[in-house]
Structure formats: C-alpha cells, structure tokens
Design a protein around this ligand. Structure first.
Ligand code: OAD
Length: 239
C-alpha cells in the first residue's frame, strides 16, 4: 500500500474539495452526477443570481443545508483529524467545502475558504460578523434581516467574490513543506493555484482522489483512490 511519509520537520498544508465529502453522501459539483449537472452556476452562485432572485439562491442553499446536516463524517475526515493530532501546529487544513464534516470529525486548525453552510451574513457587508443559521428556508419571507435592515444571505463565497482568509492561507502555504490536495478537480481558482505556489517554494505536492485533477502536472505524486478508503493508513509520520 502506498504511503506518504511525513518527516520530523515537515509542515503540512492540506487542501480539500467536494470529493472528501462524497462518501458521506454529499454531491460533488463537476462529477457526472454532480450539482452543476442539475443547476447553472449563474442561477444560484453569483452576485447577479442573488440580485435577480434571493429566493432561488436560498432555495439552493437550503437544499445544500438539508443534505449536509444529515451527513456524517467518513473515514477520510477522521484520518485528517488524526493527522492533526499527531502534527499539532505543523498541520493546517484549508477546505473549499461548506459543510462542517471536518470539524465534526475533530479538525480544529482549519479555514473554510468558500464559506460555511451553517452561517448567514448581511448582504450589504455592513460590518456585522456572520451569524449561525441552520434554517431550511421554505420561503424568502422567513429569511431574517441584519440589524442594518439588509437581507441576510448565505455565508457562501459566490463566483466572482474573493475567497475568505486568503492572507492566512498564503502564509501557511509559504511555510509548508508538504502540500496534500484531496478530492478537488483543480478547476476553481485561486484554490487550483495553491499547489503551484507551494511547489515554487520547494514543497512536495501530493494529490489524492479517484482520478487525476486538471492541474495534475503540478503534483510530484498522485495517489489514486477514494478519500475514505485511501486516507486511513496513508500517512507514515516519522520523528
Ligand atoms: P468538483 O466537483 O469540481 O471536484 C470533485 C473532485 O472530487 C473530482 O476531481 C472527483 O474526482 C473527486 N472525487 C469524487 N469522489 C471522491 C472520493 N470519494 N474521494 C476523493 N475524491 C473524490 O469539486 P471541487 O473541486 O471541490 O465553490 O469544487 C471547487 C469549488 O467549485 C467548490 O468549492 C464550489 C464549486 O463550485 C463554490 O461554490 C464557490
């Protein structure tokens, strides 16, 4: 069985995508049975979509909430939480996923660069922080208002918006010596560029997933397989 060695002085940066939650029953986006086969991004996940129909956008994200809240973490999520236990502050996890399965598996040092399903925020970015919101909305009239009066929107980064926590992510990439990318097609930027940034700094770069991603040429190693099957037992922590 293939192993990824983690050396005593390694700092590990992990980027995950929808594939890591696939075995938990959450649809990916670009696989043949993925979400973008049934919806158009420009109808549900852009600032213009929100402007045109907040009801349609909330419908879409309410359905995503329903699916994510009943899902459970799979062995892939648990393997990453265990790796963090071993490495402590030498580990950093950046997920593009908006579900909370990494946290529910025990991960702590993580950022959600594309937002979080279980939160909402002011549509006008008035300065109030995002708030917890787990409601499955059946109609727009049930959606609350910010204290400034604007409507609350999903705490999701729409296409065309700046991902969250980019300063922290950049710092963590700059000091990583091993980047592992798991279950992402490598087609959405800037996340698809992280491997190049890490490689330019001299890091080893490993991809894990059932098929090679679009940016496969940037990886020094590709481990083919499903995250939930491959991740447990993959890491050999030395030192
Ligand atoms: P994609 O749907 O583009 O890619 C999912 C990847 O997961 C594919 O490369 C699959 O081969 C792989 N995969 C499928 N099953 C897997 C398994 N069991 N284990 C490991 N990998 C598996 O999803 P992302 O790359 O995450 O953004 O998409 C990136 C962003 O595009 C998302 O965060 C979302 C989306 O539109 C926003 O909504 C802003």
């Amino acid at each position: 069985m293939q192993k990824v060695s983690i050396l005593a002085n390694d700092r590990v940066f992990v980027l995950t995508g929808a594939g890591v939650s696939a075995e938990s029953g959450i649809q990916t986006f670009r696989d043949s049975d993925g979400l973008w086969a049934g919806y158009r991004i420009e109808d549900v996940c852009t600032p213009d979509a929100w402007e045109a129909s907040p009801a349609r956008v909330w419908d879409f994200y309410s359905a995503r909430r329903e699916a994510a809240f009943k899902a459970e973490p799979n062995p892939g999520h648990f393997a990453l939480a265990e790796l963090e236990q071993w490495l402590g502050e030498r580990f950093f996890l950046c997920t593009q996923n908006v579900d909370d399965l990494h946290e529910r598996a025990g991960s702590e040092r993580l950022v959600h660069m594309h937002g979080e399903l279980a939160m909402a925020r002011c549509e006008d970015d008035c300065g109030q922080p995002p708030v917890s919101d787990r409601t499955i909305y059946k109609s727009l009239t049930a959606v609350g208002r910010c204290s400034c009066g604007a409507r609350m929107r999903p705490h999701i980064v729409f296409f065309g918006e700046m991902p969250l926590e980019m300063g922290k992510i950049q710092r963590e990439i700059d000091r990583s010596t091993l980047m592992m990318v798991i279950g992402t097609s490598g087609s959405v930027y800037p996340a698809a560029n992280f491997v190049r940034w890490a490689r330019q700094k001299g890091a080893r770069t490993v991809y894990i997933g059932p098929e090679a991603p679009q940016n496969a040429e940037s990886f020094s190693e590709i481990v083919l397989g499903k995250a939930g099957q491959v991740l447990p037992g993959l890491f050999q922590v030395e030192g």
